[in-house]
Design a binder for this molecule. Sequence first.
Ligand SMILES: C[S@@+](CC[C@H](N)C(=O)[O-])C[C@H]1O[C@@H](n2cnc3c(N)ncnc32)[C@H](O)[C@@H]1O
Length: 218
Amino acid sequence: MLENARLRVEKGVIRTFHARRGRVTKNQIFALENYFKKFELPEGPWNFQELFGNKDVVYEIGCGSGESTIGFAKANPNSLIIAVEVHRPSISHLVESAHNENLTNIRVCYSDAVQVLRDWISDESLKAIYAFFPDPWPKKRHNKRRLFRAEIVDLMQRKLKPGGEILAATDWQEYGKQMIEVLPNSTLTNRPSWRPKTKYERKGIEAGREIMEVSGSK
Ligand SMILES: C[S@@+](CC[C@H](N)C(=O)[O-])C[C@H]1O[C@@H](n2cnc3c(N)ncnc32)[C@H](O)[C@@H]1O
């Protein structure tokens, strides 16, 4: 059961996330016990054809509470979105919303999304990769932990189908510039119509920061 699950964390790897366990409330435990199974994926490596037939598969790194995941799934009923998160309270929120909305095109994974991408996903199999408001790691000495750094972007590119896209958003201008620099065929883009404003985004706006939407493609 996820409420007791330990995160599989590799040693010697520069992680993109804070090691926070996050208190899980009674309501969240209820959601995990009752809804997580419905959306959980088995351990990989995954064969998308066997699991999802011919559906386009999209991969979301660090989905948080899953507001964007839900927005995407509702707007794209014929695609399948895999949302990966290391924070259990956020996952409980996502599976509860997905259950309440009767969505069947969401799968959830409680793991380090970078490891999963590397070990469980075949090359050239994803239609798109999304990472909205990845942790900015603003201190110079922490910059190396950012998700959009060369070796992880190379990994993302390998997993995308030809023509596949990477979409990101940040409220941290300097990180946005880094995204533009490291993403192939990068450009500033418009916010996807299905992406709602999340808690993180609102905080950034309230603090007077501008939102940058960035895309790249293979
Ligand atoms: C600033 S939050 C943004 C959440 C959400 N995407 C949004 O727009 O509100 C970044 C999230 O990414 C998650 N995260 C960071 N690195 C991750 C990784 N390697 N695998 C899975 N989740 C990760 C964190 O736990 C955190 O919940």
